[in-house]
Ligand binder design. Structure first.
Ligand code: ATP
Length: 360
């Protein structure tokens, strides 16, 4: 397995820049996700790594080898796509064997490796079935086996689960992660499904308009989004415009004026020291807000509930906090459900750590 290094990668299609100065280091054995809105360049970046596109500038390295000009079939990558691209008239084993036959491996080796790989994806004994006789989930496993059988230097997956129903998708998420970890695969996985990325990734990159906006672990990106777009893309977020008043009495935290008072927040980045008067956006996740009124908490404010949605495991509230601010609040395991009321105010609060300051 290789580490992958992408350096200053640039690509234009026609007149428009599709990738702009992309720099990325992916470690050996890492399960890395590319995530972002439609058209942000995820697939284009993956196809450069696979060797289907040549960049206009910059380079791609597998370990220390410069593969930028190496044709796709000599890069040793295994690919798995959304459309499984299996041959329907061939058997499961014939589909899986394809890459080995192309490499002219001896017949006994092909048979042994196909059997081994079918066992890895839990399709043992199904080698002689036709593709049409398999369920969608099984077909996806064949596509994975076909990518793995060549013992790729890295595995590239482009929305591999988006044709599956919700239950199979969940099953295949843990299956793909299990296989990647068991065999120490370096894998790059493209998706626009944030739950897929959060639940499977070691690390991920969020892309926007052909650039990498943030790279980090799922937790870093969820808890400390680099931009407003990242905050909203990776989960639900309450976003509040504000202005820095001063560094607070608690080191590393700042007092920020917002339309309904003054709140205390932490910068999304340890290296950033906001200055007085700086316009910022505050982000707080709905599940980080609670109803209550702890006297020495700096982040508590009154509001009125304007809607209540019961979802079993959670209740979601909309809370009007000011003329211009409505906040979402999510309570787990609800037992005392609050109803909308314009006459009875409630108080909500969040910790200073959960209120994150983003540069505007
Ligand atoms: P999605 O999530 O919708 O698959 P994506 O993030 O994978 O989107 P890309 O498929 O990489 O996005 O496309 C990025 C941009 O490049 C889009 O504006 C797309 O229209 C354009 N594009 C992609 N491939 C080509 C091509 N072969 N020729 C011209 N433009 C292209």
């Amino acid at each position: 397995m290789v580490s992958i290094s992408i350096r200053h990668l640039t690509k234009r299609f026609g007149g428009s820049a599709v990738l702009t100065d992309v720099n990325l280091e992916i470690a050996q054995g890492e399960l890395f996700f590319l995530l972002g809105p439609s058209g942000c360049g995820k697939t284009t970046l993956l196809r450069h790594i696979a060797g289907f596109y040549a960049p206009d500038g910059g380079g791609i390295y597998f370990d220390d080898e410069d593969v930028t000009d190496l044709p796709a079939h000599r890069r040793g990558t295994g690919m798995m796509f959304q459309s499984y691209a299996l041959w329907p008239h061939l058997t499961v084993a014939q589909n899986v064997a394809f890459g080995l036959e192309e490499r002219k491996r001896p017949r006994p080796e092909i048979e042994r490796r196909v059997d081994e790989t079918l066992a890895i994806v839990k399709l043992d004994g199904l080698g002689s079935r036709r593709i049409q006789q398999l369920s969608g989930g099984q077909q996806q496993r064949v596509a994975l086996a076909r990518a793995l059988v060549i013992r790729p230097r890295c595995l590239l997956l482009d929305e591999p689960l988006s044709n599956l129903d919700a239950k199979l998708r969940l099953e295949m998420r843990s299956e793909i992660r299990r296989i990647c970890k068991e065999f120490g695969l370096t894998a790059i996985y493209v998706t626009h499904d944030r739950d897929e990325a959060l639940s499977m990734a070691d690390r991920m990159a969020i892309m926007e308009g052909g650039r990498l906006v943030q790279v980090g672990s799922p937790e870093e990106i969820y808890k400390s989004p680099a931009t407003r777009m990242v905050a909203e893309f990776i989960g639900e977020a309450n976003l509040i415009d504000g202005r820095v008043i001063r560094e607070s009495s608690r080191e590393g935290y700042y007092d920020v004026e917002v339309p309904f008072g003054v709140l205390r927040a932490r910068p999304n980045n340890d290296d950033w020291r906001p200055v007085q008067g700086q316009p910022v956006v505050l982000s707080v996740r709905p599940e980080a807000l609670t109803f209550g009124d702890v006297r020495d908490s700096p982040n508590r404010f009154p509001g009125h509930i304007i809607s209540t949605t019961y979802l079993g495991a959670t209740v979601q509230y909309e809370l009007r906090v000011s003329e211009v601010t409505v906040m979402k609040v999510c309570e787990m395991n609800p037992w005392d459900i609050r109803l909308p009321s314009s006459s009875e105010p409630v108080r909500a609060m969040c910790s200073t750590w959960d209120l994150v300051m983003i540069r505007k």
